[in-house]
Design a protein around this ligand. Structure first.
Ligand code: KIV
Ligand code: NA
Length: 261
């Protein structure tokens, strides 16, 4: 096993929590690594928070590779996760393996894909051929057009049981990590206790093995954030203030300063 990944497994066993954040470019990865982040995720959320789309469906594999290369250069010791975007893996295990290879060559250590038990064969195919896979269950944003909105999952007993079954199937298929997004805390806790894969929660309570947040929420770069996110900074406001000051300084002649000849 990858030396860094075996640390994640050991920490799971010892109950030591780990933190990831998304990163889409070199500076974001550099700050995350310098802050002691354990992993950075090049998420296809970039379609929304970087590109301004309403969902993640327009993100291409080429774009994911482009951003993964930037993140890799800044990521230092962080484990780099990268998302397979919509349309690049669902058709067959072979398609997933080829697309995952592109992301590996771009610098990713772990490849993430959305879906439940129906993706287990794909996870096994890739894992058996040298690719570290992170599964993603619960609220899987690439399926938003089927649901009509970003909905919490697992609220009924039947749904909770389905999630449990999916997580177990994906872990058994060889997924090293499972992201659980917007699922009830107790469901995420139980799954985390019972599967070998390292669980990474977002909106899934405190009892997953690790947590992930979107950097633009942590930093306050989004206009609004989901209730489960924590905004540690209002960098959007600070950036706007800096820009406004610059505009004002140009208008008033305060910038640039007049140089003596
Ligand atoms: O794309 C993304 O940012 C993600 C995380 C929210 C898990 O998939
Ligand atoms: Na994603």
């Amino acid at each position: 096993m990858h030396k860094k990944i075996s640390r994640w497994v050991k920490d799971k066993q010892q109950g030591i929590k780990r933190a990831l954040v998304t990163a889409y470019d070199y500076p974001m990865a550099r700050f995350a690594a310098a802050a002691g982040m354990h992993g950075v995720l090049v998420g296809d959320s970039l379609g929304m928070v970087v590109c301004g789309d309403q969902d993640t469906l327009n993100v291409t594999l080429e774009q994911m590779c482009y951003h993964t290369r930037m993140v890799r250069r800044g990521a230092g010791e962080c484990l780099v996760f990268a998302d397979l975007p919509f349309g690049s893996y669902e058709k067959s295990p072979e398609q997933a393996w080829e697309s995952a290879g592109e992301l590996l060559r771009a610098g990713a250590d772990v490849i993430k894909l959305e879906g439940g038990a129906e993706m287990a064969a794909t996870v096994a195919f890739c894992a058996e051929r040298g690719i570290n896979i992170c599964a993603h269950i619960g609220l899987t944003p690439q399926r938003v057009r089927q649901w009509g909105s970003f909905q919490r999952q697992g609220s009924t007993d039947a749904e909770a049981q389905r999630l449990h079954h999916e997580a177990a199937a994906l872990s058994a298929a060889g997924a090293r990590f499972v992201v659980m997004e917007a699922v009830p805390d107790q469901v995420a806790a139980k799954i985390s206790r019972e599967i070998d894969a390292v669980t990474i929660g977002i909106g899934a309570g405190p009892d997953t093995d690790a947590q992930v947040l979107v950097a633009h929420d942590v930093l306050g770069l989004e206009a609004e954030s989901p209730p489960f996110a924590r905004r540690y900074l209002e960098a959007g406001n600070l950036q706007q203030q800096a820009f406004a000051q610059y505009v004002q300084d140009v208008a008033s002649g305060n910038f640039p300063p007049r140089r003596p000849h």
